[in-house]
Design a protein around this ligand. Structure first.
Ligand SMILES: C[C@@](CO)(OP(=O)(O)O)[C@H](O)COP(=O)(O)OP(=O)(O)OC[C@H]1O[C@@H](n2ccc(N)nc2=O)[C@H](O)[C@@H]1O
Ligand SMILES: Nc1ncnc2c1ncn2[C@@H]1O[C@H](COP(=O)(O)OP(=O)(O)O)[C@@H](O)[C@H]1O
Length: 290
């Protein structure tokens, strides 16, 4: 058997892996509410170069093990979105796979930790078993369709309408999570005005970092106010990121991001914040181009 650079077996039939990159909502406008209670969104979504890793190896039974710095509290049974995705994809055929998930992203944190894992599982197992992806991927969560993509996307509807955007200028990010629990349904229901303006009809392409920041500064995350009301420490994360060109919360929180022009600035900010708040989760990562 031959081995790839990271020591994994190189034969894709025997073992393979996918990265489940963090999902970040650079903007999140709530533009309405459907009759079933789900909210209509208009969001500019990117993936950051920090994530979980999902490996698969051939096996008779379907199993999942979880390790890594953020494994604590992540279910290993059918509640795990990785196994849910595997079971729907298998459709009762009884296929096996030994899955291993290395958790680096905080869960229920507004950066799609679970949704990105579900998308990675669908992509990885569709290739491993030679079966098509399900047509309806929002059944695993509103964020799963966007997590099946990689480059910047405009996400609308309740998450199922995706429009790929031009590549963004190089941009570095610091992600900060203070460990406070702000459940997504509670944050949505505390939102006082659910009919707020969308982003401009046309999202321009950006000549450089400062044009991107100018555009984003005029947009919003409508869930920030209700999330901060529930977890005031989120405001502390935004203050910690005040040297960024833009600091904002992602999704329904609690993770916040800061945008920086250079990797050196992002790494310096991440180091400063991690030293000042050693219990917070802090990561510096680029925005993925495509
Ligand atoms: C808010 C967003 C923005 O990207 O991100 P996160 O904070 O979860 O990362 C997503 O829309 C979340 O997606 P996801 O977490 O997959 O949502 P789901 O599991 O489908 O739904 C969880 C709950 O969120 C609420 N929900 C979710 C999506 C949506 N468009 N409207 C809603 O009202 C509903 O109360 C639902 O019961
Ligand atoms: N593989 C997984 N990783 C993290 N959380 C998971 C996973 N599978 C299921 N969950 C559950 O999904 C929820 C978090 O979903 P996640 O996508 O991380 O959050 P968010 O919607 O805030 O971005 C938690 O309740 C968690 O217990």
């Amino acid at each position: 058997m031959s081995f790839s650079k990271d020591g994994a077996p190189a034969d894709p039939g025997a073992a393979a892996s996918r990265m489940a990159w963090a999902k970040v909502n650079l903007t999140l406008h709530c533009t309405g509410q459907r009759a079933d209670g789900y909210h209509l969104l208009d969001s500019l979504v990117v993936r950051a170069g920090v994530g979980d890793r999902l490996d698969v190896a051939a096996a008779d039974d379907l199993t999942l093990t979880v390790s890594g710095p953020r494994a604590e509290g992540v279910p290993t049974d059918a509640r795990n979105l990785v196994l849910r995705a595997a079971e729907v994809l298998d459709a009762g055929a009884g296929r096996g796979a030994a899955l291993h998930l290395e958790k680096h992203l905080p869960a229920a944190a507004g950066i799609g930790g679970g949704s990105a894992d579900a998308a990675a599982a669908l992509d990885l197992l569709a290739a491993h078993w030679g079966v098509p992806l399900p047509t309806e991927t929002a059944q695993f969560g509103a964020d799963v369709p966007v997590c099946l993509t990689r480059g910047p996307q405009r996400m609308q509807g309740v998450g199922e309408i995706l429009t790929p955007l031009s590549a963004l200028p190089p941009c570095h990010m610091v992600l900060v999570n203070p460990g406070v629990d702000v459940p997504t349904p509670a944050v949505f229901s505390a939102l006082s005005d659910k009919n707020q303006p969308p982003m401009p009809e046309v999202i321009p392409s950006f000549a450089g970092f400062s044009e991107l920041i100018d555009f984003l500064s005029a947009q919003r995350n409508d869930l920030a106010a209700p999330a901060i009301a529930r977890g005031p420490v989120i405001g502390g994360c935004l203050e910690a990121l005040s040297d960024a060109a833009l600091a904002r919360m992602s999704g329904s929180g609690a993770t916040c991001f800061g945008l920086y022009a250079t990797v050196a600035q992002a790494e310096a900010a991440a180091h400063r914040i991690a030293s000042a708040a050693p219990r917070w989760w802090v990561a510096a990562a680029p925005i993925l181009a495509a």
